[in-house]
Write a protein that binds this ligand. Structure first.
Ligand code: TRP
Length: 438
C-alpha cells in the first residue's frame, strides 16, 4: 500500500464524501425534471428498481476496484489487469467527467444566481409566471450563464487543489445533514398546499402505459447519474478508503441516502408543481420555477430560501469536486503533472466546454443525454463485467471481507455482477436502440 497516498480519516468521512458526490443537482434538479418528462410514478418504480438491481452492485464494484488498486481509475485497471485494454474504460470515464462537469457547472451557476436573488428577496410575491421569467432571463442570457459557470468552476478547482483531507472531507461532513433538514421543511410546506394531492398522485400512482424504451433508458441513466456511477468517481474515492472499512456498508448507505434525498425532492416539488399550475414536463427549468414559489408561501421563507440555495450550491460543489478529482487523479498520477497544475488544467478545459454548453442548448442537451444515458451505463456494464469475470473471485471476497467480517452477501453479489446487472444493462441498451422488440 502506498503510504503517501492521501486517505479519508474516518468512516463517517468516507460515507459523507461518497454521499456528497452522489447527492447534488442530480437529485434536486435532474431527478424531478426527468421524472416529470417521463410520466411520473412509473418512472419512479423503474428508477428504484435500477438503483437496487444495478446501481448498488455497480457502486460496490467500483469502490472495490479503487481500493484494491489504490490508484486513479486508469491506473487501477492497468494495475489489476496488466497488458489488457481495460484501462480504456478509465479513459472513457475521464472523458465522461469532462462532458458532465461542463454542463453541470452551468446549472450550478444558475443556482449561484438563485442564492443572490433569494438574498435580495427578488422572488417575494412573484407569481409562477414571473418566477419563470426570472429563470428564462438567467438561462437565456449567455454571458450571465458563462460568468456564473466560471465562478462555480473556480470554486470547485480551489477545493480540489487542496487535496482530500483538508478539502473534500472537511466540507461535506457538516453540510449534507443540513441540506436534508431544509428539504424536510420544504416537504411539510409542499404537502400542505391546496391541491398537493394531484402531485402525490403523479409521483406515486403508476400509469404503466407511460413506459416505453425511452422512459426505461432515462430511468437507468438517471440512476447512474444520481449515484455518480460508471466513470470512476466511486473507484477514485474507493482508493482513498482504508482497508478496515466495509465497502458493502458504504455502498448501501450511500445509495440509500441518495435515493432518499431524490424522493424527498420529488415530494417537495410535485405537489407544488400541481398546486401552482406548472407543467410537470417543463424540462430543466422545473425546479427553478417551482421552488421559489414554495418558499414564498412558507413562514420564514426568505431565510430558508437563502439557506437552501447556499446548501444546494454546496451539494453541487461536493459533486463537482468528485468529477474533477477523477481527472486530477489521472493527470497527476498517470501524466505526472503537479496536483495544482492538473487541477487548473482540467478546470480550464472544462470551463471552455462549459462556455459552449452555456451558449448552445443543443450541446448542453447532447452532453447531458450522452453522458447519463450512454457513457455511464456503458462504463457500469464494463465495470461489473470486469469485477465479475476478470478480477478473480478470491480478490473480490478479500476486498469484501477486508473489515474482518464474513460477507454473507458474497454469493448474491457475485450472481448479480456476473449475470443480472450486465444482462439488464445490455437489454436496456438493445431495447432502446430498437434492436430488440418485445
Ligand atoms: N451524482 C451527482 C449528482 O447527483 C453528479 C455527479 C457527481 C456525477 N459525480 C458524478 C454523475 C459522476 C455521474 C458520474 O448531482
Amino acid at each position: 500500500m502506498n503510504q503517501n497516498r492521501d486517505s479519508f480519516t474516518s468512516k463517517f468521512g468516507v460515507i459523507a464524501a461518497a454521499a456528497g458526490s452522489a447527492i447534488g443537482l442530480g437529485n434536486i434538479w435532474r431527478f424531478p425534471y426527468v421524472l416529470g418528462e417521463n410520466g411520473g410514478a412509473a418512472f419512479l418504480l423503474l428508477y428504484l428498481f435500477f438503483i437496487l438491481a444495478i446501481g448498488m452492485p455497480v457502486m460496490l464494484s467500483e469502490l472495490m476496484i479503487g481500493r484494491k488498486a489504490q490508484m486513479n481509475i486508469f491506473g487501477a485497471f492497468r494495475k489489476l489487469s496488466p497488458g489488457s485494454i481495460w484501462p480504456l474504460v478509465g479513459i472513457m470515464g475521464v472523458g465522461a467527467a469532462f462532458m458532465i462537469l461542463s454542463f453541470y457547472a452551468v446549472v450550478a451557476g444558475w443556482t449561484l444566481d438563485y442564492a443572490f436573488l433569494a438574498f435580495k428577496n427578488e422572488f417575494a410575491g412573484k407569481s409562477p409566471d414571473e418566477i419563470s421569467a426570472i429563470f428564462n432571463d438567467i438561462s437565456g442570457s449567455v454571458w450571465k450563464s458563462i460568468l456564473l459557470m466560471l465562478a462555480f468552476m473556480g470554486l470547485s478547482a480551489w477545493i480540489v487543489r487542496s487535496g482530500i483531507k483538508d478539502g473534500i472531507e472537511k466540507y461535506t461532513k457538516i453540510l449534507m445533514p443540513m441540506l436534508l433538514v431544509i428539504i424536510i421543511l420544504l416537504n411539510v410546506r409542499a404537502l400542505t398546499l391546496d391541491g398537493a394531492s394531484a402531485g402525490l398522485k403523479f409521483l406515486f400512482t403508476p400509469d404503466f402505459s407511460k413506459i416505453n424504451a425511452n422512459v426505461i433508458l432515462e430511468a437507468l441513466g438517471q440512476a447512474f447519474f444520481s449515484l455518480s456511477l460508471g466513470m470512476g468517481v466511486m473507484a477514485t474515492y474507493g482508493s482513498y478508503i482504508k482497508k478496515g472499512e466495509s465497502l458493502g456498508q458504504t455502498a448501501i448507505s450511500v445509495s440509500l441516502a441518495d435515493t432518499f434525498i431524490a424522493v424527498l425532492a420529488g415530494v417537495a416539488i410535485f405537489p407544488a408543481v400541481f398546486a401552482f399550475g406548472i407543467q410537470p414536463n417543463a424540462g430543466p427549468g422545473l425546479v427553478f420555477v417551482t421552488l421559489p414559489g414554495i418558499f414564498n408561501q412558507m413562514p420564514g421563507g426568505y431565510f430558508f430560501a437563502i439557506l437552501f440555495f447556499i446548501l444546494l450550491i454546496i451539494a453541487a460543489l461536493t459533486s463537482s469536486i468528485s468529477l474533477l478529482e477523477v481527472v486530477v487523479a489521472y493527470f497527476s498520477e498517470e501524466l505526472k503533472m503537479k496536483r495544482a497544475f492538473a487541477t487548473w488544467l482540467a478546470a480550464g478545459i472544462m470551463s471552455a466546454l462549459g462556455v459552449l454548453c452555456a451558449t448552445y442548448d443543443r450541446l448542453f442537451t447532447f452532453f447531458e443525454k450522452t453522458s447519463s444515458n450512454v457513457l455511464l451505463p456503458l462504463g457500469g456494464l464494463l465495470i461489473v463485467i470486469f469485477v465479475g469475470w476478470f478480477l478473480g473471485l478470491k480478490n473480490v471476497r478479500d476486498e469484501l471481507e477486508a473489515d474482518g467480517k464474513v460477507a454473507r452477501y458474497f454469493l448474491p453479489f457475485v450472481f448479480v455482477i456476473k449475470f443480472l446487472a450486465p444482462i439488464a444493462i445490455a437489454i436496456v441498451f438493445l431495447y432502446s436502440l430498437e434492436l430488440l422488440r418485445f
